[in-house]
Design a protein around this ligand. Sequence first.
Ligand code: PMV
Length: 307
Amino acid sequence: MNGADQVNRPIASGTGNAKVIVLGEHAVVHGSPALAAAMTNGCEVKIEPWDGPSHVLLAEGAFECASNHPVATALGRALANVELPTPVRVTPHFSVPVGAGLGSSAAFAVALSRALASFCAPRTLDRGLVVQAVEGCFHGRPSGLDAYLAEQGGIGSFTRAEGFTPLRLPALNFVVINTGIQRETSTQVNRVSDLLTRFPNIVSPIFATIAEIVRDGIRFWQNNNLKDLGTCMNINQGLLDALGVSHPANQRAVELARASGALGAKLTGAGGGGCVLALTDCAETADRIANGFASGAAFATVLGEDK
Ligand code: PMV
């Protein structure tokens, strides 16, 4: 295929949302509720037909499905569920940090499934199988929360048993801080599962307390009680540390955010590095706290709806 042909062939695309867990990560894997919100368009995937083996094009290079790059492996597993008319080049563009607790893998999974569906149209494909194949590569035992928000968006509470319950919550100003330390969600999830197996009488009550934190936190948010919502985030951080999923870099970011005026701060997502979420009283405080971190390491965001 010459260059002009490559350019003229159709390109399909799809998007998936990123997410931020405000309260309840890890415990949600074991049946407790979590409070979480989507951040729109966390990942966009473009697919074009290609002469040669299917591959993923990332900032660090092109990786064939048979290579051992985790994104290429995930692509290979996803494509095993799809009858493609031709090999493809898959190019993801992430607008959130990757492997940092913001649901980038679920955002990629959903964006890829949408792009593949559009690429293969009018033939239909089971997008759920594609999402499961990709998520299965990055997660030990996904709760399903990331995949739901990547697909549907919104803000609300989630349990494994009942799924997602959308909530009407007033808009609040948060800061997301990336520690810059990447880790694998599956390692973190397995760490907590091991602790639960070894110390069920200790870890189960921690999950039960986190469930109460989520329920109280929702009530405080609904009543615009930012101070107590912030305290819930702080207590949740202490319990995540007890579960072994915090990291000195998480703790440093949490403490700097609190010292700079955040009403509460905790790791978000799987922890072990990744991102920290801080609640603030207004947009100005959020910007000021974000600007206190290294350039590009933090951004202010609004969660909830405008009144
Ligand atoms: O770090 P992330 O974006 O993969 O989020 C993981 C959230 C967990 O609660 C730890 C796992 C899950 O599946 O809910």
